[in-house]
Design a protein around this ligand. Structure first.
Ligand SMILES: [Ca+2]
Ligand SMILES: [Ca+2]
Ligand SMILES: [Ca+2]
Length: 350
C-alpha cells in the first residue's frame, strides 16, 4: 500500500514555474520546485488534485488521482437468537447471524468455520442445534483484502431436562409392604449443562432441595414426588414413588368374652379382635381353648381383623377356660407376627 504520492512537473520549453496541488479538498499548496511528496491519510480513499504552470504562465488542465489507503480490517459482530435459559445456556436451537462493517473499502466477504481452519463463505444465518457447546469461528475480509483477526463465539444449547431415578430401600415384607423405616435415594443425570438441583415434595407444592437420603420412619403410605432442574433451567416432569411402611405387629384390641369374665354362657364362641386385618400365621394351629390341661375341640377361623374360636360342643358349666394365642398365630398384610397372648374366663350355670 502506498503511503505517499510523489508529483513531478516537467516542461520542455519554458520550464516549470510551480506545481499546485490539493489533498482531499484541502487548501491548495504551491511548490515552486515543481515537485511534491504528499503524505496520504490512512484508512480512507485519498483524492489528490494537481496542475502545473510554466514560466510563460501556461496552466495545465487540472488532474485528479484517487488512492485507496484502506489498511483497516472489517469488524464482524455475531447476533444469537434463541430461547435464553440460565447460566449462559440456550434451551432451544440457536440462529447465529453475522453482520460486518468496514471503515472504508467495504466488505468483500464474511466467513465462518467450525475449527478456525476450514472456512465457508457466510450467506445466511447459521442454525445451531447440537446439544452442548458449539464454537463458531468467524471473520470478514474487506475489498482491499484486509482480513479480520479470527474471532469465535461459544453457543451453549441444552434442550433436554434431567432424568431423576429414585431408589427405595428398607426391609420388604409381604405384599410389597415395608416392615422397617424406608430410605429414598434420588439421583439425577443430565446431558449438556448438568444438574443444578434435585428436589422432592410430599404435596407437590412445597419442594425441598435433595441433599441426602430421605428417611421415612413412621407407619404410613407415603408418596415422594421428585424432579431435577438443570443449569440451563430445564425442569423435569414430576415423577413419584409410593410405598407403605407397616412396622407394627397386629395386637389384640378386645376379646369376647373379656379377660376374667364370669357367668359366660356355655353356648359361647370366643372372638378376638386385632388391631388390623390379619391372616393365619405359621403358629395358627397353636391357637387353643384349654380347660386345665385339657384342650377343647374348637373350629378356629380368621376373618377381617377377627379370630373366632368356636367350640364343637357346649362348654362345661361353672368352669374356667383359658384361651392361648401363641406368637405368630396371625400376621398382618406386611407379614408381621402377632405376639403371644392368653386370657381366661369362667362359665355360668347355663
Ligand atoms: Ca477496511
Ligand atoms: Ca439438560
Ligand atoms: Ca401392622
Amino acid at each position: 500500500m502506498p503511503q505517499k504520492v510523489s508529483l513531478q512537473a516537467l516542461d520542455y520549453d519554458f520550464g516549470v514555474k510551480a506545481l499546485h496541488y490539493s489533498l482531499n479538498g484541502e487548501a491548495e499548496v504551491v511548490e515552486a520546485s515543481g515537485a511534491a511528496t504528499i503524505q496520504l491519510v490512512p484508512g480512507v480513499t485519498n483524492t489528490v488534485s494537481y496542475y502545473a504552470i510554466d514560466n510563460a504562465d501556461n496552466v495545465e488542465t487540472a488532474r485528479t488521482i484517487t488512492v485507496n489507503l484502506d489498511t483497516v480490517p472489517p469488524v464482524t459482530t455475531p447476533v444469537l437468537n434463541g430461547y435464553v435459559g440460565q447460566n449462559g445456556w440456550f434451551t432451544s436451537a440457536v440462529q447465529v447471524a453475522l453482520s460486518a462493517t468496514d471503515n472504508s473499502s467495504g466488505i468483500a466477504r464474511t466467513e465462518y468455520s467450525p475449527d478456525g481452519v476450514n472456512w465457508t463463505v457466510y450467506t445466511a444465518p447459521l442454525n445451531i442445534t447440537a446439544s452442548g457447546v458449539t464454537t463458531v469461528y468467524y471473520r470478514s475480509v474487506d475489498t482491499n483484502n484486509n482480513t479480520e483477526a479470527t474471532k469465535s463465539i461459544a453457543v451453549s444449547i441444552d434442550q433436554a431436562a434431567p432424568v431423576t431415578t429414585a431408589a427405595v430401600s428398607g426391609t420388604l415384607g409381604t405384599n410389597g409392604l415395608y416392615t422397617s423405616a424406608v430410605k429414598v435415594a434420588l439421583s439425577g443425570i443430565d446431558t449438556a449443562s448438568g444438574i443444578a438441583r434435585t428436589e422432592y415434595s410430599v404435596d407437590q407444592t412445597t419442594w425441598t432441595a435433595y441433599v441426602a437420603t430421605v428417611d421415612i420412619q413412621t407407619d404410613s403410605t407415603t408418596t415422594i414426588y421428585y424432579r431435577s432442574v438443570d443449569l440451563a433451567g430445564n425442569v423435569e416432569a414430576v415423577k413419584s414413588v409410593t410405598f407403605t411402611i407397616d412396622k407394627t405387629a397386629p395386637f389384640i384390641g378386645s376379646m369376647n368374652p373379656a379377660a376374667n369374665a364370669v357367668n359366660v354362657p356355655i353356648a359361647s364362641s370366643i372372638t378376638i379382635i386385632f388391631s388390623e386385618d390379619i391372616s393365619t400365621g405359621g403358629a395358627f394351629a397353636g391357637v387353643a381353648l384349654m380347660r386345665g390341661l385339657t384342650k377343647i375341640a374348637t373350629l378356629n377361623t380368621v376373618s377381617g381383623n377377627t379370630v373366632t374360636i368356636k367350640p364343637v360342643k357346649l362348654l362345661g358349666k361353672t368352669a374356667t377356660y383359658t384361651v392361648t394365642v401363641p406368637a405368630g398365630a396371625v400376621i398382618d398384610a406386611a407379614g408381621n407376627n402377632s405376639a403371644a397372648s392368653s386370657f381366661s374366663f369362667t362359665t355360668g350355670r347355663r
